[in-house]
Design a protein around this ligand. Structure first.
Ligand code: SAH
Length: 215
């Protein structure tokens, strides 16, 4: 009951911050964020805050998840690639609005935990991979949509190459300490159109390594 009330409060807050897309709001309503945060933070799961998920990583703020999801302009038949599974929350939200989510995480322990959540909550259209996501997922490419939830210094060309024609990619760009911007890239023939969205703060995208601690 408490969770229901706090979820209503969260949805109201998201609307107040400009999230108007009914599909996005119902996706947020459907996915139980309390199942994606550590036990100690459960009572705060429906607060509009980023929260720690271990290994120095965070589950993003709900308004950022909602905003990025809306900006992806998802369709029910689309194949979506996510880099940075983290808790699995963003992937779960996406999975309610597209055909299949492919999600990559470099921390083995975080990925295994997210996989357990997907199984338990029966999010059956999410495929996971433990790897360096900056290489994308060439075996499944191209993707109609790509979302990166860790900040790179620049747009990774490999990921742009794995974007389908007319595809959209949303990603935070910028260094650890400087201001990061959310970028929206749209592929148009040989061209890519860029749009700068919100200022954001994400953990860095760490390329060329994976982490198997806690296996
Ligand atoms: N989308 C997540 C939040 C992501 S936090 C959620 O909903 O909870 C960013 C995640 O990106 C972290 O878990 C971090 O380990 C991961 N990450 C950073 N660099 C990566 C890389 N090169 N490949 C895959 N995952 C990476």
């Amino acid at each position: 009951m408490i969770e229901y009330e706090s979820k209503i409060r969260l949805l109201k807050e998201l609307r107040g911050q400009g999230i108007a897309d009914p599909d996005v709001l119902s996706a947020i309503e459907r996915v139980p964020r309390e199942m994606f945060v550590p036990e100690a933070f459960r009572s705060r799961a429906n607060d509009n805050d980023a929260l720690p998920i271990g290994h120095g990583q965070t589950i993003s703020q709900p308004v950022v998840v909602a905003y990025m999801t809306g900006q992806l302009e998802l369709g029910g038949r689309m194949k979506v690639l996510e880099i940075g599974t983290g808790s699995g929350y963003q992937a779960a939200v996406l999975s309610t609005l597209c055909r299949r989510v492919y999600t990559i995480e470099r921390y083995r322990a975080l990925l295994r935990q997210a996989e357990r959540r997907f199984d338990e909550l029966r999010f059956s259209n999410i495929t996971t991979r433990w790897d360096d996501g900056s290489r994308g997922w060439p075996e499944v490419a191209p993707f109609e949509r790509i979302i990166v939830t860790a900040a790179a210094a620049d747009v990774p060309p490999v990921l742009l190459n794995q974007l389908a024609p007319d595809g959209v990619m949303i990603l935070p760009v910028g260094g650890d300490d400087e201001d990061q911007q959310l970028l929206k890239c749209r592929k148009r023939g040989e061209d890519v159109h860029y749009e700068t969205l919100w200022p954001v703060r994400f953990v860095p995208l760490l390329a060329d390594t994976v982490d198997d601690s806690g296996r």
